[in-house]
Design a protein. Sequence first.
Length: 355
Amino acid sequence: MTALLTIIIVLFVAIALWQLVKIFDLAQVGSSNSPVADDKDNKLNGYLMMGFLVFIYVITILSFWYLGDLPLMSNAASEHGPGLDNLMIISMVIIFFVQTVTQFILHYFAFKYRGEKGKKALFYADNNMLEFIWTIIPVIVLAGLIIYGLFTWNDIMSIDEDEDPIIVELYAQQFNWKARYGGQDNVLGKANVRLIDLDRANILGVDEDDPNAQDDVIVTELHLPVGKPVLFKMRSQDVLHSAYMPHFRAQMNCVPGMVTQFGFTPTITTAEMRENPDMVDKVQNINTIRAEKSKKLTANGEEALEPYEFDYLLLCNKICGISHYNMQMKIIVETQEEYDAWMKEQKTFANSLNK
């Protein structure tokens, strides 16, 4: 019934608009309907262009004032994070400057050089100097950004094996994550999806005969020691996924049939990030919203929402299916002592199999 009423209302609105258009056309009888713009039309459009320019600038300023989170990027929790943030900020500043200048030139010239009867347009058929200027400036700016970006990328992707990073496998499947640590020897055992044996609880297809696999540790919650390099090896069981850890400025695709990798060093523990003033404000805002929603839920006899507490998350950043939105795993960054204590509580792969 509601759908039928909606269709009827939309139909009546469409008829009303059609009638208004007919009335407007009748009201124009006797006025000039020439398709050629006259001085009055050009003047009006010139002022409208300037008005739209002011509108763009006002909206931009208000957006920065009310919605902006300067300095655009913050709360990086990995060693390479600040460098990546700087690259992003520099790119955004350049884009904002160029957009501001070019929009002003576009709209001001449309106003200043609007059509007027008897005025002829002055133009350059060819000007090598102008063409050189507007070509060389973008080339220099873009080359600088690309070179800076390449140095940043190489710095992020260069894994120094001499630092003895912790080896962790991130295993993606619709719609969850598993993590596998290399154990005492810090070497991951061989694995293949063809070796998956659910009856034996071998959910990742780890080679049971590989000596390096016996001390591997498989978990559903990722723990990382602060200040220790971590090298992630990534696999996918089914479709293309993307391991995305936003606070660590880390993302890498998980591709079926191959192993990809990404490494970083976490610099801020979960406990420290929870005490960050910016994060405290965000958590308070979220919990205020949750409290308001909980009032409506409890009024309807439903359970209230639990208070939100910040945690680092591993997310999937590829649309991988119907439950993609919920494909996430908690990451806990802690001290080395806390990490070692947690690791001692975990079962090794050899002890986790069904006998």
